[in-house]
Design a protein around this ligand. Structure first.
Ligand SMILES: NC(=O)c1ccc[n+]([C@@H]2O[C@H](COP(=O)([O-])OP(=O)(O)OC[C@H]3O[C@@H](n4cnc5c(N)ncnc54)[C@H](OP(=O)(O)O)[C@@H]3O)[C@@H](O)[C@H]2O)c1
Length: 297
């Protein structure tokens, strides 16, 4: 019955996210060793049953599966450097944000030291770690994923292996993550606009949520248009969005809310019209975003 014995796990990096990861493993009964540059941050986890290693090398040596959650790939490499000789044969899984190039460099370093490597991303906040629908995705060594899938699912039930290339999680994280700041800035602009009328930001939440649901429902339609390169069946055209852009200035005047952060997006709409996409679907902006003179890596 050894199959059901929880695998020993080491968590390196105990910031907001690393703490949540370590707590999930402790909660699921995994023997959990932790290490952090600032050792005091380990104390709450030790109180819950984790073992604190004083040195990062001892932390790595404690488990066959080592999960890191530091700020960047560079931080991860520099923190793990003293433990590099102990990595051979172990599964190393990074869960920080970073670029695809950063993930590839990390993979080269880790496999160069004999580690079996997966680079993953947690697509949620620390409080969601461990929930059945929390999404984490991984790229890299499929054998590591298969061997530890049950253990990795302790961190979130929606656990996906994207492919054998170690930069895939970083690529998808940045591709999908690009939506976050524009969406939030739009919400903050709207909140300020209704507050200017003496209404609460809270009063917009139900409607903003519905709006996000509507946007989500359109993504498969736009993805089909982008993948086929056919933008002619336009339910919402570039021209329609451009007409709406003019109203932003009026709202700004009336509410004294700065809407100039939208100017580059309006310029993008104008470039699309100049390129002949005025009557095309708004998804034709994708064609304007491509930089024809530059070759993708
Ligand atoms: N928090 C979130 O909502 C969230 C969500 C998804 C993904 N993420 C990603 O998860 C990663 C960690 O985020 P976080 O929120 O946990 O960050 P955080 O709270 O700022 O913690 C950063 C961690 O990295 C360690 N660290 C940074 N540079 C280091 C170095 N050079 N050497 C050794 N340790 C170093 C810090 O150690 P010290 O304690 O010694 O400073 C700390 O443990 C980031 O890539 C972040 O983008 C976070």
């Amino acid at each position: 019955m050894t199959r059901n014995v929880p695998v020993p796990v080491t968590v390196v990096g105990l910031g907001s996210m690393g703490r949540a990861l370590a707590e999930a493993f402790v909660g699921a009964g995994h023997p959990t060793t932790v290490w952090n540059r600032t050792p005091a941050r380990a104390a709450p986890l030790v109180a819950k049953g984790a073992v604190h290693a004083e040195e990062v090398r001892a932390a790595v040596e404690a488990s066959p599966l080592v999960i890191t959650c530091l700020t960047t790939f560079e931080d991860t490499r520099s923190a793990l450097e003293p433990a590099a000789p102990a990595l051979a044969g172990r599964a190393l899984v990074t869960l920080n944000s970073g670029s695809p190039a950063g993930a590839r460099a990390m993979a080269g370093w880790a496999t160069g030291h004999g580690a079996r490597f997966l680079a993953g991303a947690v697509k949620n906040v620390p409080a969601a770690v461990g929930a059945p629908d929390t999404l984490l995705y991984y790229g890299g060594d499929k054998a590591v994923f298969d061997e530890y899938e049950t253990t990795l699912k302790v961190l979130g039930g929606d656990t996906v292996h994207l492919g054998h290339e170690s930069d895939l999680a970083a690529l998808y994280e940045m591709a999908v993550g690009a939506m976050l700041l524009p969406a939030l800035a739009g919400f903050f602009q709207g909140a300020a606009a209704v507050q200017a009328r003496g209404l609460t930001a809270d009063s917009t939440v139900r409607f903003a949520g519905k709006w996000l649901e509507m946007i989500a429902s359109l993504l498969p339609v736009y993805a089909r248009e982008i993948d086929s390169g056919d933008y002619t069946d336009a339910a919402s055209s570039v021209n329609l969005f451009l007409a709406g852009a003019a109203q932003e200035a009026e709202l700004s005047e009336e509410t004294n809310v700065d809407t100039t952060w939208l100017a580059p997006l309006h310029a993008l709409l104008e470039r699309a019209v100049e390129a002949g996409h005025g009557d095309h679907s708004i998804s034709a902006l994708t064609e304007v975003l491509r930089q024809p003179g530059r070759k993708a890596a």
